[in-house]
Design a binder for this molecule. Structure first.
Ligand code: ZN
Length: 141
């Protein structure tokens, strides 16, 4: 099925089947939204079996909104479309908390004796529960 390309807006891809309307609700797309919105349900997907896609014309989803979405639908991809082309793609949003598998890079941190725990402050930084230092998610792996 072909859905018209959008000039400017956001394509939310890799939505778990059945979650499209929930995603729209979180992004604030309701009955009063006055641009085109294409909702494509149950698209065959190699990775997911089937997936939903939402194309929203005239709305650029912010990284903050993408993060909020990531908490309920971490597998989604946000594609920002400008001039009919994908201008930016947000990576899959990191979880709110990490721990167990990850290690604190601070050699003096007491979590190295115990189970680690990190809490996300924004999309890039995590705070160690024990030494309170900030790290990027990729520093913890
Ligand atoms: Zn630490």
């Amino acid at each position: 099925m072909q859905v018209d390309k959008i000039e400017m807006g956001t394509v939310v891809d890799h939505i778990r089947s059945g979650q499209a309307y929930r995603v729209m609700k979180i992004l604030g797309i309701g009955e009063d939204y006055n641009h085109r919105v294409a909702v494509v349900l149950n698209v065959p997907s190699k990775a997911m079996g089937t997936k939903d896609i939402v194309k929203i014309e005239g709305k650029i989803v912010s990284p903050e909104a993408a993060n909020a979405l990531g908490l309920i639908a971490p597998e989604v991809t946000i594609n920002i479309i400008k001039g009919g082309k994908v201008e930016r793609k947000y990576p899959i949003t990191m979880p709110k908390e990490l721990g167990g598998m990850e290690k604190c890079p601070n050699p003096n941190c007491m979590s190295n004796e115990e189970k680690t725990a990190f809490f996300k402050l924004d999309n890039k930084k995590y705070r160690c529960y024990y030494c309170e230092r900030l790290f990027r998610a990729d520093e913890l792996v």
